[in-house]
Design a protein around this ligand. Structure first.
Ligand SMILES: *Cc1c(COP(=O)(O)O)cnc(C)c1O
Length: 392
């Protein structure tokens, strides 16, 4: 057993901010991976929605290896082609105007929050900087993105926070309208499918009402697509299914395909909000991460997106026939199963024993498989999940 010695070393050296599962993974191929003892698992997590093309994708590896042999980093004081190519792809796929690269979801949200406040300051002066966020949202772990996160459980122990966030009830238009109508609001920040909050999609009518009101009142719409983006929901960005263009959009997780990469996308209104000196990131737009992203982004096509939607429907239908599963929410390959008579953590732990990796989102069992998962892998993973649920 390799595992016991690995765990002992981890215990002695790593700061324990994660409740790790007793699995030490070593290598993988698409949605299949193996631990240090050679046991096989089907991965329905994609490293929390990151490995869009699964493990060890050949094209992605080649793109990165080619860039590795040229230039790994040089700083944003100089022009590099991979960064420009990735931004061009993002523009084409998103319909947005400009891109700022960061390294993570939280860092992208920080950038969008700064851009929204700067836009409002330039146009309206001081005192119009409040951002409405939604209850039950998740926007990151930095002090400001925690302040923007509408789940008080993450707030305890870390006061004081950045000021200027108020929370509206998701899918409750009259409550949201009241918050948007307060003095000094410059933007609303929301996920279209709340991920960490329980894989909860917003209602189309609610989103349309918010977007209409905000456009009429020059309140910026910031969409956090860190989890929903990069084709996860069956469209490149979830807002494309909701039928509008945001003023700012944040991405991370899937776009790097496994390397740290985040992006802020700027729309028509905000494309000139930031000027040299306003914002920066040493690693942002790193040539290797971007070379990989160009390959990830170049896989997105209407056929690819249709496959994501189809696989999502296929998995949903199967899940609904499993014991303890009361319902399935979500979009595309971002799915949450509500459970009866078992906790989501117990399902994940038992699933690990039986060779399938899954996630929780509060009380739900959350599945975020690689977008490239094969039907064979889906069937194998779901058979193990069914076995898991039967055993509990
Ligand atoms: C994961 C996530 C974040 C935070 O991303 P990090 O890369 O961990 O900073 C922010 N928003 C949403 C919606 C997320 O799912």
């Amino acid at each position: 057993m390799q595992f016991d010695s690995i765990k002992a070393r981890d215990d002695a050296a790593i700061m324990h901010t994660y409740a790790r599962f007793p699995v030490a993974l070593e290598r993988g191929q698409n949605a299949t991976c193996w631990d240090a003892d050679g046991k096989e698992y089907i991965d329905l997590t994609a490293g929390i929605g990151v490995n869009a093309l699964g493990f060890s994708d050949e094209g992605w590896q080649k793109a990165i290896a080619a860039q590795l042999g040229k230039l790994q980093h040089i700083s944003n004081l100089y022009y590099t082609l991979p960064c420009i190519q990735a931004a061009e792809k993002l523009k084409e796929l998103s319909g947005m105007e400009k891109v700022f690269f960061s390294n993570s979801g939280a860092e992208s949200n920080e950038g969008a929050i700064k851009a929204a406040r700067k836009y409002s300051l330039l146009k309206y002066g001081e005192g119009r900087s409040t951002i409405v966020s939604l209850e039950n949202s998740f926007h990151g772990r930095t002090v400001t993105t925690l302040a923007a996160t509408g789940q008080m459980v993450f707030h305890k122990d870390f006061f004081p926070f950045t000021e200027g966030f108020v929370f509206a009830k998701a899918n409750d238009w009259s409550d949201t309208l009241e918050k948007l109508g307060q003095q000094g609001v410059c933007a609303i920040l929301m996920e279209l499918v709340q991920g960490e909050g329980g894989v909860l999609p917003l209602d189309q009518a609610y989103v349309s009402a918010v977007v209409d009101y905000c456009h009429k009142n020059d309140i910026l719409v910031i969409i956090d697509e860190v989890q929903t983006g990069m084709a996860r929901t069956g469209s490149f960005l979830a807002y494309q299914q909701f039928g509008f263009l945001p003023d700012l959009c944040t991405m991370a997780k899937g776009i790097g395909g496994g390397l740290p990469l985040g992006a802020v996308l700027f729309g028509e209104k905000t494309k000139e909000a930031l000027v040299p000196g306003d914002h920066a990131s040493t690693y942002g737009g790193n040539p290797i991460a971007c070379a990989g992203a160009v390959e990830v982004l170049s896989r997105v096509s209407s056929e690819f997106l249709a496959e994501v939607a189809k696989k999502g429907e296929y998995i949903t239908k199967k899940l609904l026939s499993f014991p303890h599963v009361a319902g399935v929410s979500g979009l595309g390959l971002m799915l949450g199963a509500s459970l009866e008579g078992v906790t989501s953590r117990d399902v994940v732990v038992k699933g690990n024993e039986l060779g399938v990796l899954t996630l929780t989102a509060k009380e739900k069992l959350r599945l975020l498989p690689p977008l490239t998962i094969s039907y064979e892998e889906i069937d194998k993973g779901l058979a193990r999940l069914e076995e898991t649920l039967k055993a509990l």
